[in-house]
Design a protein around this ligand. Sequence first.
Ligand code: B12
Length: 247
Amino acid sequence: MPIVNEGLQREFEWVTRPGEQKHISEALDLADEMMQEIAYQLIIGKNLEVDRLTKECLDKGYTANHILDNGLLNGMSIVGVKFRDNVIFVPEVLVAARAMKAGMAHLEPILSASGIEPIGTVIMGTVKGDLHDIGKNLCIMMLRGAGWVVHDLGVDTSPEEFADAVMEFEAQVVGMSALLTTTMPNMGRTISYFEDIGLRDEVRIMVGGAPVTREFADEMGADGYGENAVDCVETAVDLLELQKELA
Ligand code: B12
């Protein structure tokens, strides 16, 4: 379906880079009118509308994954482009993030409900100096939905806080998130800290976040890397197996 929502069409016009336009328009083409409305209301920061529409879509039988991928995340990708290109600034991004959270609040119980025996324990946090938590929170929802016990350390997490949580909860896996190129090195610093205190062999470490690549993950000595929340779950499962083999 083409973009039929006039507001969203106008917002989409801010995306001027051809490759990026193709990427976003392909995702939007999959979406229907309701998803386009959610994306638009998220971009303009209307949290009450996003709250209402998400509820309405769930009542109509849309799956939580569909609403997340086609509605909320599509909207957030346009917000990202406008922010990067200085079309909007931090306050507008914050209201969009608040709208995203309003929608996610309805999806979380569904994505996190698994009812199966816990697979293992993961400690998740955004690294020191970094306040971005939307992606980390999505990973947490997916992990919980897949049957993991997740302890969320929030944002701005120091190496000491990661290490204390691993010991307290006897976690097998740690997941670190970073969205800023300036905070990415704090993942490596956390890994070094684990080595320094003799904790590195006790736990497998995965990393992610928009600027993080597999190469960077390998270079800093992480055990795993995930590009998105689905990858995060798969990586956690692989790392748990690895940890069992090493134990
Ligand atoms: C929302 C947002 C904000 C919000 C954050 C609100 C919140 N509660 O999170 C606010 C307004 C606070 C903000 C602030 C800033 N931001 Co900001 N922000 C964004 C924005 C638009 C969206 C990020 C987002 O939520 N994406 C959606 C989620 C779902 O995607 P994700 O985080 O990548 O997560 C997915 C994967 O990466 C992966 N993943 C994530 N974590 C993990 C962890 C593991 C273990 C695994 C396996 C996978 C995984 O799975 C997730 C789900 O699929 C991005 C632009 C962008 N396109 O990324 C800029 C962006 C990240 N911000 C940027 C900047 C510069 C800033 C500020 C410095 C701006 C300023 N001048 O103050 C501050 C820094 C504050 C700080 N100290 O952290 C830049 C970073 C540039 C750079 N090269 O470092 C970006 C890229 C914008 C840009 N293009 O310029 N920001």
